[in-house]
Design a protein around this ligand. Structure first.
Ligand code: WT7
Length: 649
């Protein structure tokens, strides 16, 4: 972010709509207003209370050791087994027959897995890993489609204290090899392939090419999913010939609360991927409790998080958070438009999903596809809707509320990161009057603040930088193998506060609005303007489905606002239409935010986790050679955009 103009940081958008919690949810909510009070009186004590929701083999002696910042230790001296907390505990309590996973394969096959079945498979997989020489502290890379075995593999690692590193199944040979090397992994668990967009796509072939380059890998364990041809070598073992044959007896051993649980690589905006390290006790405490409270989870709920297990959302809110609460959930292998654009709503209807957690990028896609698609299905089971991954534009929020939530289900917009491990800012469905587009409230026991460049809290109605003032249980412990980079990346800006890299503002009521990554903030004629706000203004026009905004260098204003928009189905754009859009932004946000130029494009460049890559759009806007495109979800998108623009000019 630029040093000047801080006081003007993007406080342009005024959103006055608010939706108080509905009575059904409020009167029976798992967590009430009292949690905020309790946590503010004794933050660490509050987290100790939540840790007691888990089973500890040995209780901790000290809740938080912050004597060597920024290296935190939570629940020092405590011992637990994470997999025991996610599985055995529920079976021992008599809930073994409860469905853990209603799994839906993309081609239409499906399978229900109960908690006792899942436990049996995890015990067998744990025995197999041990037979293969995997010991506590060893690293195991998991490169899998969205099938139950992916969760089994993660929990089997957790059970024996091995550190898993899940690599998203869409990543390339280079990305996979780089992550294997950095972690020094001994084993890869993969599948022959998985189903994406109506056809099998290979995984084992990518693993073979990566393993060729990675000397640390001793074995490759392969689940049969698609039954496609695969090459077979000395290191390869079939899951069905090993795990399925292994003993189903396995005693879970307790590990230290600070024993590493997993590494997850996050690419960030620059540089080589960072191996974010999470440990067992604090991570499970926060993911478990936030799931319980933000989703108000009850035993008869059916929960569905549409994320992939390769992202932190899949770790924290498919595996560890929900399973430690004994939740019944849907797991879906494929894409939302296979075999048709109503697939998600068909699944919600089939399983009577009551809690849904998805991303703004998906919601905007559904908006673009049209209201009539969800309208064909019975979505009345939905009780709470979650959003995560990006700021959600107010109009997308309203669409989600109306067309998916039947104007009934509260929306929880949850802000967090791979690094934070669990939810940090979110409404509570039984407490908060929700506002379209705002994550609103620091979670109880989480010391989030918005500050100016000097680290001083901003007042209501002002913008600045998001920070976390105090350590929290599920915080990253370091970057794998690189403590210096951990300090430099997150703690050097303010010294004593964690800096996540996001811009934010407080509204007149003190609620927090996320404004996107600070690298994306624009500086126009000395004013900091948030890309998020201009995008939301564009999406609030009925003709616009999606928008991405960048600041392109401008000889007069420093940066000029350039917008890329996707129009809604049936809309014909014209010079006049674009002029209307520019005026619409000016009337919504003020003349300073009026885009210099708006271009209509067929698609936007996104990362594989669905975030818009504004950096590439900036290259287009400034007529430069494109930078690194390897993390793009669909590498053809930039050509589509450039060709479309060339034809017009
Ligand atoms: C970045 C972290 C958290 C799991 C998925 C992403 C952005 C995330 C929100 C939200 C506004 C959000 C932030 C953050 N982000 N959730 N509700 N509102 N922005 O994890 O890949 O580590 O990305 O995603 O910019 O820093 P991640």
């Amino acid at each position: 972010m630029a040093e000047s103009g801080q006081e003007t940081l993007a406080n342009l958008l005024t959103e006055t709509r608010a939706f108080p919690p509905n009575a059904d949810i409020a009167t029976q909510a798992n967590v009430t207003k009292a949690a905020y009070q309790e946590a503010s009186e004794d933050r660490v004590g509050f987290w100790e209370t939540q840790a007691k929701r888990l089973h500890w083999e040995t209780e901790w002696e000290q809740a938080l050791d912050w004597s060597n910042p920024p290296f935190a230790k939570w629940f020092v001296g405590g011992k637990l087994n994470v997999a025991y907390n996610c599985l055995d505990r529920h079976v021992e309590a008599g809930n073994g027959d409860r469905v853990a996973l209603h799994w839906e394969g993309e081609p239409g096959d499906s399978r229900d897995v109960t908690y006792s079945q899942l436990l049996t498979e995890v015990k067998q997989a744990a025995n197999t890993l041990t037979d293969l020489g995997i010991e506590a502290g060893d690293r195991v890379v998991i490169y899998m489609p969205m099938i139950p075995e992916a969760a089994v593999a993660m929990l089997a690692c957790a059970r024996i204290g091995a550190i898993h590193s899940v690599v998203f199944g869409g990543f390339s040979v280079d990305a996979l090899a780089g992550r294997i090397d950095d972690a020094g992994a001994k084993l890869v668990i993969t599948a022959d392939g998985g189903y994406r967009r109506g056809k099998p796509s290979g995984l084992k072939d990518t693993v073979d090419a990566a393993v060729e380059r990675c000397s640390s890998i001793e074995k490759v364990l392969v689940v049969r999913r698609t039954e496609q041809e695969v090459a077979w070598g000395d290191k390869d073992l079939w899951w069905h010939e090993t795990v399925a044959q292994a003993s189903a007896h396995h005693e879970a051993e307790a590990f230290d609360a600070e024993h590493p649980l997993f590494i997850l690589y996050t690419s960030g905006t620059t540089g080589r991927p960072k191996g974010i390290l999470h440990t067992g006790g604090g991570y499970l405490t926060q993911t478990s409790y936030t799931f319980h409270s933000v989703f108000d989870h009850k035993a008869d709920d059916v929960y569905w998080c549409t994320a992939d297990i390769g992202w932190v959302t899949g770790h924290s809110y498919i595996v560890y958070g929900p399973m430690s609460n004994g939740a019944t959930q849907v797991m879906y292998e494929g894409t939302p438009d296979t075999p048709h654009k109503g697939r998600f709503w068909e699944i919600v209807q089939k399983h009577k999903v009551s809690l849904l957690y998805t991303a703004p990028t998906a919601i905007r896609t559904f908006m673009k596809w049209g209201d009539d698609i969800p309208a064909e299905y019975d979505l009345s089971s939905l009780r709470i809707l979650g959003s995560v991954g990006e700021p959600i534009n107010p109009e997308a929020w309203m669409w989600y509320r109306e067309h998916i939530g039947g104007n009934r289900a509260p929306i929880v917009d949850t802000w967090w990161q791979t690094e934070t491990g669990g939810i940090m800012i979110s409404p509570l469905p039984g407490v908060t009057a929700t506002k379209p587009g705002s994550a609103q409230t620091p979670f109880p026991g989480i010391a989030v603040d918005v500050v100016d460049e000097s680290g001083k809290s901003v007042g209501n109605g002002e913008g600045g930088l998001l920070v976390v003032r105090e350590p929290w249980p599920s915080m990253l412990r370091t970057i794998w193998g690189d403590d210096e980079r951990y300090i430099e990346t997150y703690w050097s800006r303010f010294g004593h506060m964690y800096f996540p890299g996001d811009g934010a503002k407080r509204d007149e009521q003190g609620d927090i609005w996320l404004l996107g990554r600070v690298d994306d903030v624009m500086l126009v004629s000395g004013h900091n303007i948030s890309t998020t706000e201009v995008e939301s203004a564009l999406v609030s026009h009925p003709s616009v489905a999606e928008a991405a905004v960048v600041g392109a260098s401008d000889p007069i204003t420093g940066q000029g606002i350039v917008a890329f928009v996707i129009v809604r189905g049936g809309v014909e754009s014209s010079e006049e239409h674009l002029a209307q859009l520019r005026t619409h932004v000016a009337t919504t946000l003020g003349a300073i935010a009026k885009p210099r130029q708006i271009m209509v494009v067929p698609e936007l460049p996104k990362t594989r986790s669905g975030k818009i890559m504004r950096r590439l759009l900036r290259d287009v806007a400034e007529k430069r050679e494109l930078g690194d495109v390897t993390t793009l979800q669909d590498s053809a998108v930039m050509n589509l955009i450039k060709d479309g623009l060339d034809n017009k000019s």
